[in-house]
Structure formats: C-alpha cells, structure tokens
Design a protein around this ligand. Structure first.
Ligand code: ADP
Length: 649
C-alpha cells in the first residue's frame, strides 16, 4: 500500500487538475442526488392534478394547523399540571405527551418555515398548471443529466490524463533504470522483465490511479449525497437499512485480499510469458536447427494457459465484487420497502418499539426515501470496480517502485574530475572482482597501460578477459582496488566523459534494425556522410555496402540478420573508427572476418591505432602482431609481457 500511496502522492503534483476532477465529481454527485430529489415528489404531487404552489401552501397550512393544535394541547396539559389536577401516573403521561407534542411541533415548524421560503421560489419559477410543471421539471432533469455527463466526461478525462502521465513517467524511469544499471543488475530482470514492467505493470498502476481519483471520489460522494438526503427524511430508517453494511464490508475485505493475490499472480505470469516468448523468438534459429519447435510450443502453450487460468480467477473475483455490493444495495432497498411499507400501511411511527419517524410517513415521503436508496445503491455497485482497480494498482506499484528504488551500482560522482585528453596512462591497482560475491573472477590485478600502447589480452575461455575489459570501460566497478586514468579513479570521472573516450567493438555485434548509415553514424551522431563513408572504407565495409542496391540506406533487419557475421563486424568496426576515440577496445572484434579482409583491416587498424590506446582481446596471431604488449589472463591472474616482435627487438 505504501508504494501505491507514493504513486498517489505523485499524482498530487498535478493538484490543479485533480481538484478540478474532484469538483466535477462533487458536481456529478450533487446532480445525481438532486435529480432524484426533484423527480419523485414533484411527479407524485402533479400527477394528482395539483400545482406545486397549492401543494406547498396546503402543506404549510396543515403543518401550521398541527403546530397550533399541538401548542393548544400542550398548553392545556401544562395548565392541568400547574393546577395540580393530575397526579401520579396521569401527571407522568401528561409530561411525556407534552415532550412528544413539542418534538412534533418542532418538526412541523421546520416544515412551515421551509415551505414559507419555498413558496416565493415556486411562484416565481414554476407554472401553476400541473402538466406544465411536469414539463418544466423533466426538462430541468434532462438538462441537469446532460450537465452531469459533461462533468463526468471532464472529470474522467482529467483523471485519466493524470494517471497516464504518471504511468508514462514511470515507464520513462524504468527505461532509464534499464540503461543505468550495471550489466549484472540488468540481467537479473533481463529484457523480458523490463518489458513486462514497462507494459503490464505500468498499466496496472495507471488503472489503480484512475480508479482512486476517478471512482473513489465520485462514487462515495454520490452515495453520501443520496444517504444524506435519506437521513434527512428519516435517519433512523436509513440506519436500519444499513444493517447489512458490516457483512458486505467483511466480504469486501476478503475479496480485496483475493484480488490482490490474483493480481500478483498475473504479474508473475506476465513476466514468465514475456520471458518464454522472447527467449524462443530471439533464439529461433537454434530452436529450428534442433527441431525444438514442439518443445517451445508446449512451453508457450503452458504459460498462455497459466495466464488464461489466472485471468479467469481475476475475472471471477472481479465479477464477484459486483454481486456482493449489489446485495448491499438491494438489501438496503428491500429493508426500506418492508419497513417503510409497514409504517405507511399501519400509519405507525415505531417498529418493534423503536421510533423510526416523528410523524407517520406519507406515500410521497416513503417514495422519495426509496428513490434516495435506489440512487445510493448504484454507486455502491460501481464502488466495487473502484476497489478492484485500487487492488490492481497496489500490486502494480509493488512491482514497480522496488525496481525504481534499486540504486545502480555505478554511482556517478557528484563532483566529477576532468582528465586531460589524451590521457597518459590507464592503471589497475590491486583490482579484484566477483560477480556473485563467491567466485573471484579477477584477483589482485596490477597493470599499467600507457597512452598509445597496443595491448593484446589473451588467455583461456572463462579466464576473465572480457571482465577485465568491462571493468576498464566501467561497465562494472571492481569489488576491491581501483582503476585510474592519469591517477584519477574512474569512479571520480563522469561516466559520459569516460565512455566518450572509448570506442568498443564486441564479438556479439549489436546492430539496430535501421539502415547501415544509421548504424555507423551511431558512433558519432554529428558525423557527415563523407566521414561515415571514410570510416566504412577503413573497416573494409564500403565495397560490400556499395554493392547493395540501397547502399548505405540498406536496412540491416533485426539484430542485423540480413548481413553476414563478418559484414556485421565490419560495420561495428566502422562505427568504432568513426568515433575516433582515444581508447579503442576490441573484444574478438575480427573473429568472423575472412583472412584476406582481416589482413586489410589490420593494415587500416595499424594506421588507425597510431596515437590511441588499443586494448584487444584476441586469439589470432595476426592481431597479436599489432600488439606492443600482451596481458595473459588465466584464472583471474593477469601478467603482462612484451609482444614477441618487441621481445625480438
Ligand atoms: P573470458 O572473456 O576470458 O572468456 P569472462 O570474463 O567472460 O571470461 O568470464 C570470466 C568468468 O566470469 C567466467 O567464469 C564466467 O562464467 C563468469 N561470468 C562472466 N559474466 C558473468 C556474469 N554476468 N555473471 C556471473 N558470472 C559471470
């Protein structure tokens, strides 16, 4: 609930809109009650062929008559008491009668006073002809219903706007989080997890906010308006009709728990569903090559049936909320009909010894009372939808906020230090690293790489080569020790400053489903077309690009699938060359390029690597030939030695 309250507080930032929405809700509730209040008694009066003015005058006269009679009787009784004509039980019942007469006269005086005030209004605004009165009243009701719906629409749009902007805001924050977390933190949720958060979970939160600020204000206000009016007719009778409320309240609490549980399940299923879907689609070649289609189909079928089952339970509980609240509404109306009918038929004011009304109820009186209760029962029913929405929102908030609260392990320095460009030296000082806090991947690494040096990193698979490079690029921070550039720890530099000095090409090339031009330009967004072509020439990509009918505008397809592995690597190299960074990191960057092209790329690389630091993970002897020194990484230990050609020299 706390997390959801946070979302609601965020909505409070748009308080002018919310206030306007709440004002609309109050207007809707007022008009809802007023429509019922207007229709019932007026139609009741006019259908008897009477004008409202004469009805009001008669009502006033009758009340005045009762007041006078009560005053006379009370006066006579007081006289008898004062003269001592009554004693014992007779005196006692006389006093009780005087109290009853005073109370009744009080009520009647109120009628006289209200009718007195109403009289001039009725004469001024309503015709004396009963049928015309009905026409005026129904026209007012139609206009006020129209107005009610205008307010309802405005209120709904305002609330939805607030809810949608919060959900959009949260989507942006989730996206930001996915970009800022370190790689291990990101992988804990994975693309599928983030996708579920950005889609289903944010939608759930938005629906919760809409429910609260939309229905949670309007519906209770409508109920209050109607019950308030019913209270004015007879508060005791209203309380009697609300006897079912505690039972329904208890059932609603139980239902809330169920709905929350099912919503959590839906969220978990949705993550699982995205996971299975993305895994199968992203690895579709392997699925087909190993004829695992049936297996994947079965997995997908399984999680879709899971989703369906959970969805059915959700609908069941969601729908159950309706009958439960409707029972309250109908229960209220049924009780009021039974009790009210008994009182009216028997012209009684008490039931089972409990006083229900001061005066015996009239038919119009009980009719308007029924009207108010029916008016209250509809919003009670709608309130169940609000409660469901609220629960869904709570679950959505519980899924989103803990993720947004997860701090990235890569903390940005509040006062970043600048390092002159180009740098002089990269140094790793006693660097150790573990992904999980158990297995140490790098141990006490002490290495210095000076500017302009070409370093080849070699060693067996799983030795820690990529981890070492990722630490230098600050995709991870070391568990202990530090990495410095010219004596400044990487943690003291702005991440953008550090990464701006690095161009990186990895073995798994990452290409966007855009044109070749776009993918190369990604290295330096302000590059000109000439610079892009020059970078492509250096990476020996220009010729094959020029062979495509669309040239640089050729779309590469998702993940670059329209290109061969070697072509993809060459585009990645072109992107890195275009960046013209002072540190070039190549992680098996030419592993899929044919020998002849690789030789040509190395020639380009040999020219390109002048005046920059190059860190290359490689197994190829030809790449090793470019290196000045070699870092041997094995079981987390790193040793540095000069490259063979330098040794020979
Ligand atoms: P290399 O590049 O030399 O093949 P890596 O640096 O990729 O080796 O991996 C070194 C060790 O760290 C391996 O044992 C690997 O299983 C582990 N490892 C790599 N990445 C992760 C990760 N994100 N989470 C946990 N362990 C990892």
């Amino acid at each position: 609930m706390n997390y959801f309250l946070r979302a609601l507080r965020e909505a409070v930032k748009s308080w002018p809109l919310l206030m306007a929405a709440i004002a609309c809700s109050a207007g809707v509730a007022g008009l809802w009650g007023a429509n019922i209040a207007a229709l019932f008694p007026i139609i009741e009066v006019t259908l008897r062929g009477e004008s409202l003015q004469s009805w009001n005058a008669k009502r006033m006269a009758a009340a005045q008559e009762r007041v006078d009679a009560a005053d006379r009787e009370a006066e006579a009784l007081r006289g008898d008491l004062a003269a001592g004509r009554l004693d014992g039980s007779a005196a006692h019942s006389a006093r009780t009668r005087i109290d009853a007469l005073t109370t009744a006269a009080h009520g009647d005086r109120a009628i006289v006073s209200s009718a007195g005030k109403l009289g001039p209004w009725l004469s001024r605004f309503l015709p004396t002809d009963p049928f015309r009165t009905v026409l005026v009243v129904v026209s007012v009701v139609v206009v006020s219903t129209f107005l009610k719906h205008v307010l309802l629409l405005t209120g709904t749009l305002l609330v939805t706007w607030v809810a949608m902007s919060i959900s959009r805001d949260i989507r942006l924050k989730v996206f930001d989080k996915a970009l800022e977390l370190d790689r291990a933190q990101f992988m804990r949720l994975g693309s599928a997890g983030f996708m579920a958060q950005v889609t289903s979970t944010s939608d759930m939160l938005a629906s919760g906010i809409t429910s609260v600020y939309g229905g949670a204000v309007t519906e209770p206000l409508k109920i209050l308006a109607c019950l308030g009016c019913a209270f004015m007719v007879s508060w005791r009778l209203t309380l009697a009709c609300l006897m079912l409320a505690p039972i329904v309240g208890f059932l609603m609490v139980w239902l809330n728990r169920r709905i929350r549980g099912v919503s959590k399940n839906i969220l978990a299923r949705s993550r699982g569903f995205h996971h299975v879907l993305l895994e199968a689609l992203n690895n579709v070649l392997t699925v087909q090559a190993y004829t695992m289609e049936d297996f994947e189909r079965e997995r997908f079928r399984h999680c879709t049936s899971d989703m369906m089952r959970t969805g059915m339970w959700h609908t069941f509980y969601h729908t159950l909320a309706n009958p439960i609240t409707e029972i309250l509404g109908i229960g209220m109306v049924a009780t009021s009909i039974a009790v009210g009918a008994w009182l009216v038929i028997n012209q009684e004011t008490q039931i089972l010894g409990i006083t229900m009304t001061e005066q015996p109820m009239t038919v119009p009186g009980i009719m308007i009372f029924f009207g108010f209760l029916i008016g209250a029962s509809d919003p009670v029913r709608k309130l169940s939808g609000v409660i469901t929405g609220l629960n869904v929102g709570i679950v959505g908030a519980q899924g989103l906020y803990p993720l947004l609260d997860t701090p990235s392990k890569l903390v940005e320095s509040p006062a970043p230090r600048r390092v002159p460009s180009p740098h002089r030296e990269i140094r790793l000082e006693d660097v150790s690293f573990s992904y999980d806090g158990i297995d140490t991947v790098l141990r006490d690494v002490n290495v210095s790489i000076r500017f302009g040096e070409r370093v080849a990193i070699v060693g067996p698979n799983g030795g820690g080569k990529s981890t070492l490079v990722n630490i230098i690029c600050r995709f991870y921070d070391p568990t202990s020790g530090r990495v410095t550039i010219d004596g400044v720890p990487l943690t003291d530099m702005a991440l953008a400053d550090l990464r701006g000095r690095i161009a990186m090409v990895t073995q798994q090339t990452e290409l966007f489903n855009e044109s070749i031009h776009y993918n190369i330009k990604y290295g330096r967004w302000d590059a000109t077309d000439e610079e892009i072509e020059e970078a492509a020439r250096k990476a020996h990509a220009h010729d094959f690009i020029a062979d495509f009918p669309d040239g640089y505008r050729t779309m590469v397809g998702p993940g670059g699938f329209r290109l061969s592995g070697g072509q993809r690597q060459r585009i990645s190299l072109a992107r890195a060359f275009l960046r013209d960074a002072e540190i070039l990191v190549l992680d098996e960057a030419t592993s899929q390029i044919d020998v002849e092209s690789e030789r040509l790329i190395h020639e380009a690389l040999a020219r390109y690597v002048e005046n920059r630091t190059v860190i290359m993970i490689t197994h190829r002897a030809s790449t090793l030939a470019l290196a000045d020194s070699i870092l041997e990484v094995e079981h987390g230990r790193v040793t540095k030695r000069p490259a063979p050609r330098h040794q020979a020299a």
